[in-house]
Design a protein around this ligand. Structure first.
Ligand code: ACM
Length: 681
């Protein structure tokens, strides 16, 4: 039932912390679909009347949203803000859309749902915060995608409910509408399940506070309350509070319960659910064991009672499937069900869980591995290993949420690593996030319509504190918010950056530890311009036994003399990777004998994905390509560390040569060696 309510409060509080910017679209983030400017402005002096025509629950939320930014009502005022719930609004097709018409005396916002009006209020709030007035004109706005999400990993490090609510406040301001909570993983189970108390009495607690100490240490769990127990969990009451808090801001919380992998904590608390029944041994559930389905169904039943979301995320990523081929129960399950391989066995579990979730009127989301053994009939795919999973899903008629690591993993460095706290690796500045378009060009319009949206993921292995978590989220999530909301043809990085800088000021003022974008250092200076050196463009021969790795070709045979240096990111397609025993052994032909004063190559070390500096480099030269004389042998003691580091291995002197041989030998750790250019001067 729609009730007309006029809210009258005694005073108008002008609590804005405006920064004297102009109240134009430059301050609305995400940028609106359409703005028509008119002359004049609506100011708040003398107070305003607030009129809302919407169901009571929505009206309370909307009034709260206005009051949160300091806009409260004065019933005697001559000016008004009217929020109208309508059957239809011209120019709007999405229920989350809105239109705001502003004259010097009246602001009228129309929407077809509470969410639409809430987003109108966010736009008003942003303009008001920026300059204490709303410019006259009309804003017609609606989201490009239905799903605009942030994922918080509360397993690797636990973040309490107040912190979660604080993030809900912020993302709602930027018109995001999904909070995906990665609630379970090896590092700790984070949600109370009444039927399985060991999940939170034991599997939520570990022996080390920092994930990396624990993961590279003993990986033990602890009883709740033990003196060295680190971790935590949400009680069911906490979850209800978070879910309601989010709903009041038109955000749906989507729980993720990992299966069949990333489940070491469960399988230590309940070892009978693994293939070998031994604690501390397995990461994957036993797919052959009926008891596993009873467990998962019981857990999901409680989860679905707690989370009213249509979608329940059931993980599905990175199963090693190592114990399944030899497990009698898994083998007999494969035989009975006619499953050809372990991928099909994984799909058996996912499909079975989908049937269960569907039977409760809900749907599943899974990481893109759920495609591998055949996709469950109604599943939505979250594409993280690039975009192929999303493309395959929509081509098969399924919805896809795009969250490719290259653009959406907000645990990577957002700026030069030496200026940042230690991160998981990579380099993902806000500009790169912003450059992402979730709809690949190769899709037909029908396929494109199945791209459900975008999500930024904040994996927390290297994020032990709330402060650091906020530093990683903001401002990059603003790029995700704008990609998710604004029309592709309205997006422009330079304009976005201005708005993001304003938003960072606002976020910091409001107590968020946002990275100060105004101090951005940028990419590796060497990578910014081509390097013209003696070997540029010259042919490189790779010795048999030391090929570059197919995933890290950096453009192939010409990569080491193309004049292009790599940036901070090992995956920027400028770093050539070598993993073979033969290490690196290349010979450059300068085409004629040249006077040479230096020969050097840079290497990267990033241990998390297994990239190490060489233990030894040998540089030699030759006039005829058969007799080489050694110019330098450079040794290095390779030590595993957390940071992303770079080291140049080079020689300086005077020689004459036509051929240069550059060899690099791996340390005993094995792994990759990554180099970008052999610079000859
Ligand atoms: C994932 O990053 N394993 C989904």
């Amino acid at each position: 039932m729609i009730k007309k309510i006029i809210f009258a409060a005694a005073t108008l509080l002008l609590l804005s912390c405006g920064d004297n910017s102009r109240a134009t679209e430059e301050n609305v983030l995400p940028t609106p679909m359409h703005i028509e400017k008119a002359s004049g402005k609506f100011t708040f002096d003398g107070g305003i009347k607030i009129e809302i025509n919407a169901p009571v629950e929505d009206s309370i939320r909307l009034l709260q949203a206005l009051s949160d930014v300091g806009i409260t009502a004065n019933n005697n005022a001559g000016k008004s803000i009217t929020l109208l719930l309508c059957d239809s609004v011209a120019g709007i097709t999405s229920p989350e859309g809105y239109r705001i018409t502003t004259t010097p005396k009246h602001i009228t916002a129309e929407g077809t749902s509470g969410a639409g009006l809430f987003y109108a209020v966010q736009t008003i709030a942003q303009l008001y915060n920026a300059a204490n007035y709303i410019p006259c004109g009309t804003i017609t706005d609606q989201p490009r995608f239905e799903y605009r999400g942030l994922m918080l990993d509360v397993s690797r490090h636990f973040f309490g409910k107040d912190y979660v609510k604080k993030q809900i406040d912020a993302i709602a301001r930027y018109k995001m509408n999904r909070l995906h909570m990665h609630l379970t993983d090896a590092a700790g189970w984070r949600v109370e399940i009444k039927q399985y108390p060991r999940l939170t009495q034991f599997a939520a607690w570990r022996s080390q506070e920092l994930w990396k100490d624990w993961w590279y240490g003993d990986r033990l769990y602890r009883e709740e309350g033990a003196p060295d127990a680190h971790g935590g969990y949400y009680t069911q009451e906490d979850i209800r509070e978070i879910v309601q808090y989010a709903a009041d801001r038109y955000i749906t919380v989507i729980p993720e319960i990992e299966m069949p992998a990333h489940s070491e904590e469960v399988l230590t608390a309940y070892p009978q659910l693994s293939c070998t029944h031994e604690p501390y041994k397995q990461a994957d559930f036993c797919v052959g064991n009926e008891e596993v389905y009873t467990f998962l169904e019981n857990v999901l039943t409680e989860i679905m009672e707690l989370f009213p979301s249509k979608y329940i995320h059931i993980g599905g990523d990175e199963a090693a499937k190592a114990s399944w081929p030899t497990c009698p129960l898994c083998k007999s399950r494969m035989k009975e069900e006619g499953l050809a391989n372990v991928n099909e066995l994984q799909s058996y579990l996912i499909e079975r869980m989908e049937r269960f979730v569907n039977s409760k009127g809900r749907s599943i989301i899974g990481w893109d591995e759920i495609l591998e053994g055949g996709l469950a009939p109604n599943a939505t795919v979250m594409s993280w290993r690039g975009t192929d999973g999303g493309i395959k899903a929509v081509r098969a008629g399924h919805k896809a949420i795009m969250t490719p690591g290259e653009f959406c993993y907000l645990d990577s460095y957002q700026d030069a690593p030496h200026t940042q706290p230690v991160a998981f690796g990579g380099y993902l500045p806000i500009e790169k996030v912003y450059s992402y378009n979730p709809v690949p060009d190769s899709l037909t319009p029908d396929e494109a319509a199945l791209i459900y949206g975008i999500q930024g993921n904040v994996w927390a292995e290297y994020i032990p504190t709330e402060q650091l978590n906020e530093h990683m989220i903001y401002p990059r999530i603003l790029a995700i918010a704008e990609i998710g909301w604004s029309p592709q043809d309205k997006r422009n990085y330079e304009q976005f950056r201005t708005r993001a800088l304003n938003a960072v000021k606002q976020l910091r003022k409001n107590g968020y530890n946002a990275f100060d974008l105004s101090c951005e250092y940028g990419n590796r200076p060497l990578s910014l311009a081509p390097n013209n050196h003696l070997a540029k463009g010259k042919r490189v021969a790779y010795a048999t036994g030391s090929p570059y790795y197919p995933t890290y070709t950096a453009g192939g045979d010409s990569a080491l003399t193309d004049g292009i240096h790599g940036g901070w990111n090992n995956s920027d397609k400028r770093w050539q990777g070598f993993i073979g025993r033969g290490g690196i052994d290349v010979c450059i032909d300068l085409e004629e004998e040249k006077e040479i004063k230096s020969i050097a190559a840079d290497f990267m070390q990033l241990c998390e994905p297994g990239i190490y500096l060489p233990a030894e480099v040998e540089i030699s030269a030759s006039a005829d390509s058969s007799t080489f004389h050694t110019l330098a042998t450079i040794g290095h003691n390779v030590v595993r560390d957390d940071t992303l580091s770079f080291k140049s291995y080079g020689w300086e002197g005077e020689t004459k040569a036509r051929y240069i041989r550059y060899r690099a030998i791996r340390g005993k750790q094995g792994g990759f060696m990554f180099t970008d250019e052999i610079v000859v001067k």
